[in-house]
Design a protein around this ligand. Structure first.
Ligand code: TLP
Length: 344
């Protein structure tokens, strides 16, 4: 099986397993786990933030940020196709008691101009107040929000005292594409969450970073949400390797994504330009009016040992990661003509 479903499927490296076995641990609820403390310090440094907090998942980190930044009844401005809206089970209504004000724009990200139209203050007793704006980088389709656009959003919101949270699940992929350090991106946010377990290979965990004051409050809210973990240095040990080593190899996944897109572009069936590929994720579009083709292609991929998720709006997502090796990609290319020719 070649697994293109997600970079969440990667397994910890041998080095991670050894580090996990040998990790020095303590009770992290008491802040006595040296390995967690080290991970949090390194994560804060790499993002240019004062402090950071280890959390069980990306969803947890995003929801913790929302709970910590907002009050009940607030509104969060967020693009309609982001993870918080689509894949977090409506958690922000359940946990923080806020509503999501979803914005639809053609671009993969919202600009300040888009956001500014949606801001609401407390002047009118009928209206909820904007409590936070959420950005994502890299984006769900693998695109990257330019830093100057983030700067514009951040500076304007900062002037209004509205916090910006970044879902940076794959911030290191965005940084790799932009050829900058992750802190260059994170500087235009009040808080940022990134994942250790997607793309970077750690088995579990994400990190939320921000000011000392924000992380102090978030630590208490993490406990409230049931995310205070004990000897969790076992997991943080893998996270340290994820940050220090695995972030350095993401260009390989980006190159592989471009190679695969280039291969698809040789077929009339597909509508894809390899030049558009920025990171490790892309959606494959089809040049056909036959609505059954994406589904047939999907089924044929599965029958040939190539795992992808079912088509979404007639497009199939491909995600590259370190568990997909070059020789497997060659194998995929050799099967592709037969798969494409036998669709009808
Ligand atoms: N994304 C997963 C699925 O949940 C869709 C994937 O396969 O891509 N933010 C972003 C941008 C994400 O892509 C994800 C996971 C999360 C947050 C949530 O992380 P976890 O799965 O750790 O809760």
């Amino acid at each position: 099986m070649i697994d293109f479903r997600s970079d969440t499927v990667t397994k910890p490296t041998d080095e991670m397993r050894t580090a996990m076995m040998n990790a020095i641990v303590g009770d992290d609820v008491l802040q006595e786990d040296p390995t967690v403390n080290e991970l949090e310090k390194k994560a804060a440094e790499i993002l240019g933030k004062e402090a950071a907090l280890f959390v069980p998942s990306g969803t947890f980190g995003n929801q913790l940020a929302i709970l910590t930044h907002t009050k009940r009844g607030d509104e969060i401005i967020v693009k309609d196709d982001t993870h918080v809206v689509q894949y977090e089970v409506g958690a922000s209504a359940v946990i923080a008691g806020v509503q999501l004000r979803t914005v639809q724009v053609e671009r993969s990200y919202m600009t300040w101009n888009d956001i500014s139209k949606y801001i609401r203050r407390a002047y009118d007793i009928h209206q909820p107040e904007t409590g936070m704006v959420e950005l994502q980088n890299s984006l769900g389709n693998g695109d990257v929000m330019p830093i100057n656009e983030m700067k514009l959003v951040y500076e304007n919101l900062n002037a209004l005292n509205i916090p910006v949270h970044l879902d940076g699940a794959r911030i290191f992929n965005a940084a790799e594409y932009l050829k900058v350090d992750a802190k260059e991106i994170a500087q235009y946010t009040d808080s940022v969450m990134f994942c250790l377990s997607k793309g970077l290979g750690a088995p579990v965990g994400s990190v939320l970073a921000g000011t000392n004051d924000f992380i102090f409050k978030a630590r208490k809210n993490r406990k409230l949400m049931g995310g205070g973990m004990r000897q969790v240095g076992i997991l943080a040990a893998a996270g340290i390797i994820a940050i220090e080593k695995m972030t350095k190899r993401l260009h390989i996944d980006h190159d592989n994504a471009k190679r695969i897109a280039a291969e698809f572009s040789k077929y009339d069936l597909f509508n894809i330009d390899p030049q558009d590929i920025k990171t490790n994720i892309f959606f494959l579009k089809f040049n056909t009016t036959d609505k059954n083709i994406p589904d047939k292609f999907y089924k044929s991929l599965i029958n040939n040992g190539i795992l992808v998720y079912p088509p979404r709006n007639g497009e199939i997502r491909f995600v590259l990661h370190y568990d997909i090796k070059t020789c497997e990609i060659e194998k995929f290319f050799s099967k592709l003509p037969e798969i494409v020719n036998n669709l009808n």
